[in-house]
Design a protein around this ligand. Sequence first.
Ligand SMILES: Cc1cc2nc3c(=O)[nH]c(=O)nc-3n(C[C@H](O)[C@H](O)[C@H](O)COP(=O)(O)OP(=O)(O)OC[C@H]3O[C@@H](n4cnc5c(N)ncnc54)[C@H](O)[C@@H]3O)c2cc1C
Length: 426
Amino acid sequence: MSGADGLRVAVIGGGPGGARCALRLAEGGCAVSLFEPRSHFEKACGGGIPARGIERYPYLLDGRLPGKEIRDCLLVSPSGREARFPLADPLFVFSRADLHTFMLDRAVAAGARWVRARVQSFHRQGSGREPRTEAHPDDSRGRWWVRTLAPRDPAAHASEAQGDTHGPFDFLVAADGAAGSARRKLLGGESRENVSQGIGYYLPQISEDFITLKFYAGLHGYLWVFPRPDHSSAGICATLGALPASDLRRLMDRFLCARYPEGILRRSEGYAALIPGALTDGRGARVQGNGWAIVGDAGRFVDPLTREGIYYAMESADLLADALLRRKPELYSESWARRFAPDLSRAAAHAGRFFDAPFVERLVLLGSRSPAIARVLSDLIAGRQPYRTLRRRLLLAAPLVGVHLVTGALSRRLGSPARGSRSSDR
Ligand SMILES: Cc1cc2nc3c(=O)[nH]c(=O)nc-3n(C[C@H](O)[C@H](O)[C@H](O)COP(=O)(O)OP(=O)(O)OC[C@H]3O[C@@H](n4cnc5c(N)ncnc54)[C@H](O)[C@@H]3O)c2cc1C
């Protein structure tokens, strides 16, 4: 029994954020309706979950969820210099379709009612049993009603097969991801700050035993190849609007064609998606109101440098569930602002410097030569290296990199790469 027993909650979206939230709330005694139209859904994503995420959510290593454990990383600098080093903690890579089904199943097993339909709209009605007038989203006297579209999923249960109005609900959780509209509806306008575009391919039959991260001069982003059990997810991300999508695709095609068998791209399925990034002022960004809250991508809880979001979606879901189960929903924003917002805001504020080509050049060179730097990079990938102490740690591991971070100037003079191994592709 918890203080939230019987609380009626609507969760819109069954990705990692929504499914995790539904699971926790159902376990805590809430009556949860989880609205998600898709049962098996290969979301555009690398699917990489660092060690920190696996430690926090060990059930992801449940034998029923196939994943690939990666223990090596190849970095490729803008000039083509390479550094390959072991990952002290493995990165786990999953197919998002498998992860999606796995997490939904767990939420249902915990007692959440899965409504296999897309939410068309939601609103809050004024007090009274049969709602008449639409109330402001923050009017806590009203109850939530959710309108769904008829599902396209042929597996949908007959009783849920028509569009319908569901409710009333005491609390509404918006977990409909980067492309969802719930955030706009709850908060009004939307800023494009720190939004990235990600485009990529699923490469059939390619599954190496290392991840590749390739950097480009002038690109606030990177290219990745993440091997999964029977294919790889390859993609490139950059700040939205910085480069036309066609240019990004050209960069990626050139890299992949130089590296993999001829015709690989003809056999690969492509994808494109937006990636929201945490805001520079993450503490101040609003993610909840009276009777509602936002989790995951919809709340822009994504690392603006690595673009890692699965872990943050699940963590934000947990923080919200903790607060709701204590019947103190207002604690949610506070906990997020305390635990995660400062580091992600810091990353957002320093993204430019992090992707500065001379700096990356230097880092890759040292990563190939200095075990101490390789260890810092490994910890960064594992999610164990906060941005707050990154500069200090780099400075201690290799003073030249640290000096660059402080001044931003030295590296420009060291810009033309001298030594180190080079890849064939530029
Ligand atoms: C190209 C790319 C690569 C990425 N690589 C990584 C990576 O390697 N590692 C990592 O950690 N993160 C990565 N991310 C980020 C990660 O994908 C997201 O942060 C994560 O999926 C967020 O989870 P979520 O539950 O908030 O949203 P989502 O996973 O987007 O889930 C939202 C859900 O809401 C549902 N939905 C949407 N609208 C409605 C509606 N109207 N009604 C009902 N349901 C609705 C959707 O069907 C979906 O299932 C990547 C993102 C992109 C775009």
